[in-house]
Design a binder for this molecule. Structure first.
Ligand code: ATP
Ligand code: LTN
Length: 327
């Protein structure tokens, strides 16, 4: 059976790009793959976090994943720091990655530019992500387009390690959605929507009031022309709305463009489609939020299941590297 692994950071409230680029496919993958999903709290530490907020966000993110449809009976759902194997393999992979290779990562360049404090962890971040993936003998990694380069690095590290030390890791590959792989900010449509950037009018939160969601979409930046056409280069705002609508309905964005003659109609249809995707998630979230202890129990069981897979993979890597056995 295909093994699927993916992760999400507890760095802020989940936004529409997370849902359309990644989370909805995590749910669908449960039907035909062995799925492992992780709240990557150690990755959140690469930028300063308030301790109380980090704790709350981690639990709330797990509840949101359950609300979206991750089923703990069919998937392994856990918190990264609960499975210490991630930290150990991360170090081993830091020593497998080249400095120059990490320096080329565009996410590092984007997130470090202009920052007051750039942690060493922000730089080595992709080695920890590779550890997450490789610990589970992962075949496929469903992610948004921004993670393409990181999964490619995980692939390169697996191949390099196998070549140097003998067959150890399964070589993973990233998978992307047909539409919604890169949801853009509604106010700055050349910039990706993100949960930690400050852009309240440009970001749609999965848990925000639905009338507010519709308003933000209706106020999205388009352009001076009036033609509805899918052309991300020349018409980023309109194309973003078409991608969002396509991701919600399963239609091709370029084909959808032919159905609209006015921006206003496209905006109204997109707002309706997004609201209908969010409504049931918000309802389920409200039920789950009332039971934090239940979620904590789900996560404890998930960590046990994860450890049972990650432990033997780490031992394989340790043995092939020549680290003295612990027993
Ligand atoms: P941050 O702002 O803290 O970097 P983020 O919103 O980019 O966070 P992540 O936790 O880094 O979210 O990503 C979780 C998943 O959501 C990843 O698979 C990522 O590729 C995907 N994703 C994030 N933003 C978008 C987007 N705008 N469009 C499509 N997919 C996205
Ligand atoms: N780096 C990713 C989050 C992430 C992840 C992973 C995704 C951490 N570990 C393993 C897939 C597989 C991000 O910033 N979105």
């Amino acid at each position: 059976m295909t093994r699927v692994f993916s992760g999400i950071k507890p760095t802020g409230p989940v936004q529409l790009g997370n849902l359309l680029g990644a989370l909805r496919r995590w749910v669908a993958d449960q039907d035909d793959a062995d799925t492992v999903f992780c709240v990557v709290d150690l990755h959140a530490l690469t930028v300063p976090q308030d301790p109380a907020e980090l704790r709350t966000r981690t639990l709330e993110l797990a509840q949101l994943l359950l609300a979206v449809g991750i089923d703990p009976d069919r998937s392994t759902l856990f918190v990264q720091s609960h499975v210490v194997e991630h930290s150990e393999l991360s170090w081993i992979l830091e020593c497998t990655a080249a400095f120059g290779e990490l320096r080329r990562m565009t996410q590092f360049k984007d997130k470090s530019e202009g920052a007051d404090f750039v942690s060493a962890g922000l730089f080595t971040y992709p080695a920890l992500m590779a550890a997450d993936i490789l610990l589970y003998d992962t075949d496929e990694v469903p992610v948004g387009d921004d993670q393409r380069q990181h999964v490619e690095l995980a692939r390169d590290l697996a191949i390099r390690f196998n070549h140097r030390y003998g067959d150890t890791f399964v070589v993973p590959k990233a998978t992307f959605p047909a539409a919604g792989a890169r949801v853009m900010d509604l106010q700055h449509p050349t910039r990706k929507m993100s949960k930690s950037e400050e852009s309240p009018q440009g970001t749609i939160l999965v848990l925000e009031p639905l009338d507010q969601v519709a308003k933000k979409i209706k106020r999205a930046v388009t352009d001076a022309e009036t033609e509805v056409r899918y052309d991300p280069e020349a018409k980023p705002g309109v194309s973003n709305l078409l991608s969002i609508l396509g991701a919600c309905t399963g239609d091709d964005p370029a084909e959808l463009a032919g159905r609209f003659t006015r921006y206003g109609d496209l905006k109204a249809a997109t707002a309706d489609a997004v609201v209908e995707v969010l409504r049931p998630i918000q309802q389920r979230y409200a039920e789950l939020a009332a039971d934090p202890a239940g979620t904590a129990a789900v996560l404890a069981k998930g960590a046990d299941k994860a450890r049972a897979v990650a432990g033997p993979v780490l031992e394989r890597a340790r043995a092939n590297l020549g680290l003295l056995p612990r027993t």
